[in-house]
Design a protein around this ligand. Structure first.
Ligand code: SAM
Length: 285
């Protein structure tokens, strides 16, 4: 791929900690502000010096790299924060926006506590890019990082998000995609799901459908590359049962699950057996 080099603004960045987004696959997505800060930074804190070294080399920038992840000892963060009092210091991750399922949270928190100026240099972020093309409601979304790898924990994590009235956005890996889709299909067979893969790269794709249909597709065509998994908000069919929770909870204060289910069934017209099963779950919460 050829990327035309933009001319980098030659201003010297003010002292502070700059949180710099880098491309998630297409080098053309670097911003001019990012290049300016990386060029002018006294230190560039990064996850992996080889990965960031390659990025800098591509843009002809010679930077002093300092490895930093969330397990770095506090002294390393303290040194970086100290340096940011007198010069520009950049934080980058391997790709995308630092802190978004990437290191940096402790550094930013401690820098702010130390009254160091923390500046955002926005750019690519896989979660936001996926949301922007998936065709799912984008007015409210919940980004929940990576789903757990183990089946039980994954099922529990998903069930815990059942009532969130927003599009759910997860980072996912290719080997785990199909199992995650099957777990989603069990919980929410009717919800619209989207898989955004290899965003900004040559083989970018965004495929949507039910979790069952997507699981079948990826069983037949094992996916490669990087993935964002999105789940649409609760459907109307799910909504009454969610509203019924509040009524069931209230009824459970004075009654057992059977009686509570009967009361709420009368009030809402929802099937008593469904309410009874839900009352048993709520009783154990
Ligand atoms: N901080 C990054 C960001 O702003 O997007 C995310 C870092 S996280 C460790 C890496 C995960 O992001 C990948 O496993 C994948 O789920 C997602 N991801 C990163 N680049 C992607 C791309 N080009 N297409 C789809 N998903 C991507």
């Amino acid at each position: 791929m050829t990327v035309e080099l933009p001319s980098i603004p030659a201003t010297i960045p003010e002292p502070g900690l700059y949180i710099v987004a880098t491309p998630i696959g297409n080098l053309g997505d670097i911003t001019l502000r990012a290049l300016n800060v990386l060029q002018g930074a006294a230190v560039i804190a990064c996850e992996d010096t080889r990965v960031t070294g390659k990025l800098l080399k591509h843009f002809g920038i010679k930077g002093r790299l300092q490895r930093l992840d969330d397990h770095a000892p506090p002294e390393v963060r303290a040194r970086i924060i100290d340096e940011a009092r007198g010069s520009a210091v950049a934080l980058v991750s391997d790709a995308g926006t630092p802190l978004i399922s990437d290191p940096g949270y402790r550094l930013v928190r401690e820098a702010r506590e130390a009254d160091v100026n923390v500046v955002s240099i926005p750019g690519a972020c896989a979660a936001v890019s996926a949301l922007s093309i998936a065709g799912l409601p984008s007015d409210r979304f919940l980004f929940a990082g990576f789903l757990p790898a183990k089946d039980k924990a994954r099922g529990e994590a998903l069930a815990g998000l059942a009532k969130v009235a927003a599009t759910l956005v997860f980072y996912e890996t290719a080997p785990r995609l199909e199992r995650s889709l099957r777990a989603i299909a069990e919980l929410w067979p009717d919800r619209e799901v989207a898989v955004a893969r290899e965003l900004t790269k040559m083989h970018e794709e965004c495929r949507s459908g039910t979790a069952t249909s997507l699981a079948a597709h990826y069983a037949a065509h094992p996916p490669k590359g990087e993935i964002v998994l999105l789940i649409g908000p609760p459907t109307e069919a799910e909504a009454p049962i969610l509203d019924a929770d509040a009524l069931l909870r209230a009824a459970l204060v004075d009654s057992g699950p059977g009686k509570a289910a009967g009361i709420v069934a009368k009030a809402t017209g929802i099937d008593r057996a469904t309410l009874y099963a839900r009352a048993l779950e709520l009783k154990d919460e």
